[in-house]
Ligand binder design. Sequence first.
Ligand code: GCU
Length: 420
Amino acid sequence: MKRVLFVAAAAALLVTGRAGPVFPDVSKLPSNPDPPDPLTMVDGQRVTSREQWFQRRRPELKALFQHYMYGWFPPPVQVQGVVTYTDARFFEGQATLKLVTLKLAAAGAPETHLLMVIPNHRASPAPVFLGMNFSGNHTLVTDTHVPLPTSWMPRPEPSAADHHALEAGRGTQIHVWELEQTIRRGYAVATYYCGDVEPDTTNAAGGVRETIRRPSASDDWGTIAAWAWGLQRAVDYLVTDSDIDNKHIALVGHSRLGKAAILAGAFDDRVALVIPLQAGCGGTAPSRGTVGESVQRINISFPHWFCGEFKKFNTQPDLLPFDQHCLMALCAPRSILLGAAVEDIWANPAGAFDMLKAADKVYRFLGADGLAAQTMPETNRLVDSNLGFFIRPGKHSMTKQDWQFFLDFADKQWGKPRTE
Ligand code: GCU
């Protein structure tokens, strides 16, 4: 019976109508060498009230991003979370390890395997950082109860061979996630392997896009949208988990997974804080940027990440009716922290700062706090206003130091978690 219901849900998704309005062909769009004003509608009307922003401009921007860049976002489907394992003595009794399988009510949709670590010494439900990982939950811990992913793996030895995860990868990414540090600061972490939702490859097989799709539409969803949608389904589960403070959910993601994090956060009001780390082109850096990766470069290297329409902007990003500051503005009045690294020019740190500065306008318009810095801060200084920023020395990577900035920022915005 359950199976029949699931099949019905999937069939409905395949025939769901187009999202919102019909937008002009790219060749008809006006050139805009500067980032378009987030407070002006495509028809030229100025946004003059809060209501206009939330009821007209925000939905318009969401539709524009879907149509011209990331592709269609399917409506949500029901999620069932099944706890498969718990250990209340994790990290020498400091935390509880909880493994949860998320099952989507759509026939053939892949399962997501969530690894949660939750601090034990807390006076109330824990605020949480939710993010995807690149190489499997088992690479974040040494505990052998955490299973290897069964989905497609891109990473070479020692983590994977022949596109299958290997036991040899266990514990190899502990320094990237630094789970114990986050636990000590009173926050929970929930993470899963991105390939559980959608494999990072052009000839995708076994991902959510195989099941839920609009075949041959030039704005059918790409991998970044699929990952973002998957994050939202994980949020669906987290808001029902009594260990978690559902008012304090932060989305975190590094690089391509940071592109998915900012997209998911922009489209989802339940997310209180978004932390896209070094997300670069297609995430937090301007599409009109002249530093680092270009729209053309990203579309050639990763044709599966964005929708077909986005390729039409390869040599003419000035035609885009938005830039990435508009994606950040969709998060308003909620918090954003951008993280950058000095040597990571490919991700265009200065361009990302400019985008944050341009999003500030919408925050102020809505009466919210924005960015308390006019110029990019010196290295290692955290700008901890509602729109936050830091740049640290070093290369493109996620490190213990990045997590310290995330934790300091969350403490500032939310107050330190209460411990017992
Ligand atoms: C490549 C790609 C970037 C991406 C990065 C990553 O460098 O060009 O757009 O952010 O990989 O995900 O690590």
